[in-house]
Design a binder for this molecule. Structure first.
Ligand code: BTN
Length: 248
């Protein structure tokens, strides 16, 4: 629990050395009515990514999922994902890496000046509820922390590779403090997100179910959607509609 893990955060922590997926375990807890619980693991054997992708999660990572039951409309749920991205970026920066955020919710390390990057963290958000009310929300950020380059998928990096090993307890502590602070003032995450964004100002291509769109990323809205200045006018893309984004 939280005391055993030494975290002074308003969440109880369920720790597993190895587990299938922390998001799947968090879902069981959520269905049973839990809230403010964090499932944390050293290794996942069946890590899940966005869009039904697999997520590589060897020993040494910070694989975690948070269960919350906020009294907000589902349209504002993406702000929780942004909060997890900003909180992770801040914890990673404290660990000595130049962590930035690639919209919608990857934490990345820039490579060179052309907008290239390597992925440090991905976030899988899942929720249950009705149109006007969330029942539960699971936010699952996975960070490549103390992991060797050989164990990483292509295009990824780790804190170990960039800056040497991080104290994972301290990383989680810092993350939870930041995340908790945003919960009480959800909109305040938007300006902080802008400060850490790698995507804003870039010319990008976004693949979505409605087709691809190319333009300059100029801002995010108050619900975390990306505003693009495309050749034929402004386009707003919701985070859930982004299948792929890359600088062009
Ligand atoms: C993505 O970029 O596609 C999202 C990856 C999310 C991975 C994390 S690791 C902790 C949590 N448990 C999971 O099974 N997935 C998320």
């Amino acid at each position: 629990d939280a005391v055993e893990f030494g975290l002074e955060a308003p969440f109880s922590v369920e720790y597993h050395e190895t587990i299938g997926s922390t998001n799947t375990r968090a879902r069981e807890l959520a269905v049973d009515g839990a809230t403010d619980v964090v499932v944390l693991a050293d290794e996942q054997t069946g890590g899940r990514g966005r869009l039904e992708r697999e997520w590589t999660a060897p020993s040494g990572g910070v694989w975690l999922s948070i269960v919350v039951r906020p009294a907000i409309a589902p349209s504002r749920a993406p702000l929780y994902t942004l909060a997890a991205a900003v909180a992770t970026a801040k914890a990673a920066r404290e660990a000595g890496v130049d962590a930035r955020i690639k919209w919608p919710n990857d934490v990345v390390i820039p490579v060179g000046d052309e907008g290239d990057y390597r992925k440090l963290t991905g976030i899988l958000t899942e929720m249950e509820g009705e149109t006007d009310r969330i029942e539960w929300l699971i936010v699952g950020p996975g960070t490549n922390a103390n992991i060797d380059a050989e164990a990483l998928p292509e295009g990824a990096t780790s804190i170990r590779e960039e800056a040497g090993d991080v104290d994972r307890r301290r990383f989680v502590q810092r993350f939870l403090e930041e995340f908790d602070a945003y919960r009480s003032d959800l909109e305040s995450v938007v300006p902080d997100w802008r400060e850490l964004a790698l995507t804003l100002g870039q010319r990008v291509r976004v693949d979505r179910p409605a087709g691809e769109v190319v333009g300059e990323a100029v801002d995010i809205t108050e619900t975390g959607a990306l505003v693009l200045e495309a050749d034929d006018g402004r386009v707003t893309v919701a985070a859930g509609d982004c299948e792929h984004l890359r600088p062009v």
